[in-house]
Design a protein around this ligand. Structure first.
Ligand code: 5GP
Length: 228
């Protein structure tokens, strides 16, 4: 009856640092094998839980600036004193293959992607409260007090930008938050603007034939009732 777009969807997920978006995205990737997470490049120093090439591609500030000049990035930004960028790389290839692609980026990057790909899905993840956010950042133990304060200010700024996104998910229960993001992506696949073609898959004659078949069955049933 309908032919839907086979290309994947670009999903942009933003959240203040410490809101648990990494864990949500990990859960989402576990659930949907057809989803691919783009690995960003950054000039920030790896944290203990970072895996080079998996969580980020780590480069020096100079290397990052060289990559900017070489037009390597779809978008990039300077966040809390470090560069972060989405490599153009394989994103289009994955989307063309029908895979959904997740970009886990901050608001400025998201707003640049919106200009490039307006049909992308923009999701914002929120912690249950700012207190919880600070507690999580402190518990992570990877940033100094000044850095935590800087990230907190950044988070405060970001929260005021939520209206630029299509969806917001509060991460107070991890499984529920994963289910919600999953449901958003699934619902987006049913949007009418993803329909490429509507066609009639059964001709009228065939419908008549089908109706006649039913009548025959009905007559046969009556006949067998009489014989009984
Ligand atoms: P973190 O240092 O906590 O890993 O990341 C800091 C912020 O940078 C997070 O909000 C994260 O989403 C964002 N970020 C990570 N990669 C990129 C990227 O490629 N582009 C942009 N614009 N932001 C990114």
């Amino acid at each position: 009856m309908i032919k839907q777009k086979k290309t994947g969807q670009l999903i942009v997920i933003s959240a203040p640092s410490g809101s648990g978006k990494g864990t949500i995205i990990h859960g989402l990737l576990e659930k949907n094998k057809n989803t691919w997470l783009s690995v960003s490049t950054t000039s920030r120093k790896p944290r203990t839980n970072d895996i080079p090439g998996v969580t980020y591609n780590f480069v020096s500030k100079e290397e990052f600036e060289k990559l900017i000049k070489e037009n390597h990035f779809l978008e990039y930004t300077n966040y809390a004193g470090n560069y972060y960028g989405t490599p153009k790389g394989t994103i289009k290839e994955k989307l063309d293959k029908g895979m959904d692609v997740i970009l886990e980026i901050e608001i400025e990057g998201a707003s640049n992607i919106k200009k490039l790909v307006p049909e992308a899905i923009f999701i914002f993840i929120l912690p249950p409260s700012l207190k919880v956010l600070v507690k999580r950042l402190k518990k992570r133990g990877t940033d100094s007090k000044e850095k935590i304060l800087e990230r907190f200010h950044q988070a405060y700024k970001e929260i005021n930008e939520i209206s630029k996104y299509n969806y917001v998910v509060v991460n107070d229960d991890l499984d529920e938050a994963i289910d919600k993001v999953d449901a958003i992506i699934k619902a987006e696949k049913c949007r009418v603007d993803r329909i490429e073609e509507v066609f009639v898959d059964t001709k009228e004659e065939e419908i008549h034939e089908l109706l006649m078949e039913d009548e025959k069955d009905f007559d046969n049933e009556k006949l067998s009732e009489k014989i009984d």
